[in-house]
Design a protein around this ligand. Structure first.
Ligand code: ATP
Ligand code: MG
Length: 222
């Protein structure tokens, strides 16, 4: 369960360029729900996902995940929390271009898993699910946009997180690969994952696998 209450985010707080990016956000997401956050560019979608992922801290308000207070965790605890609970598919992939697909996918396991055969098994399972195994030894810079996206999806899944956050997951995909991503969404659902997707892609409108759509406008939920 993700529980956000009276959450505000002000960038550059107490400075002349202070910017209120999120205003009094209240949002409860039940386990195994798939929620879409819609809103125009600059409305605060990535900021909200990054706060849920503990990548940035809110200015005020609370964030609870599974009854644990997350908002004020110190950085070392936050990275541990992220490593156990969160898979994040970033808007700009954030892959290591010089490394192979399988080495990118293995990244989240480096801190938690030390047996090579376990790493190999998990990496292979994640690559299979994301349909990228055939490129496992290629460097990421040789991949197409859709293949990079699938590599990012495999990396988000490899440590078996129960919360998956997707930031504009189809922004770089053609229609065929976007439809494949919708299929992957269905498999997340079948696995009981809690999924939050930030997007302005109309493809996510009225999808059977989406339980809720939330509109964010100017940092506020409408
Ligand atoms: N580190 C930062 N410092 C100052 N302002 C920021 C920072 N990060 C984001 N913002 C501002 O906060 C607002 C919300 O940004 P955010 O990235 O959350 O939007 P978004 O809804 O994800 O947009 P897009 O659809 O373009 O990805 C924007 O106006 C942005 O300029
Ligand atoms: Mg964004």
């Amino acid at each position: 369960m993700i529980k956000i209450e009276h959450l505000n985010k002000i960038f550059n707080e107490n400075r002349s360029n202070a910017y209120v990016a999120l205003k009094d956000i209240n949002l409860h997401i039940k386990p195994a729900q798939t929620v879409v956050i819609k809103g125009v560019s600059g409305s605060g979608k990535s900021t909200l996902l990054s706060i849920i992922a503990t990548l940035i801290k809110p200015s005020s308000g609370s964030l609870m995940v599974d009854e644990q207070m997350i908002a004020k965790l110190p950085d070392t605890h936050a990275s541990h929390f992220r490593n156990v609970h969160i898979g994040f598919i970033f808007q700009a992939f954030n892959l290591f271009d010089e490394l192979s697909v399988k080495d990118n996918v293995a990244m989240p396991l480096i801190v938690s898993e030390n047996r090579q055969e376990r790493i190999d098994k998990k990496v292979l399972e994640a690559m299979e699910l994301a349909n990228i195994t055939h490129k496992k030894d290629q460097s990421v810079h040789n991949l197409s946009g859709g293949e990079k996206q699938r590599c990012a999806i495999a990396r988000a899944l490899v440590h078996n997180p129960h919360i998956i956050l997707c930031d504009e997951p189809t922004a770089n995909l053609d229609r065929e690969n976007s439809l494949k991503f919708i299929e992957i969404l269905k498999s997340f659902k079948a696995l009981g994952k809690t999924v939050v997707i930030a997007t302005h892609d109309p493809l996510f409108d009225n999808l059977e696998s989406v339980d809720r759509t939330i509109l964010i406008e100017d940092g506020k939920i409408r």
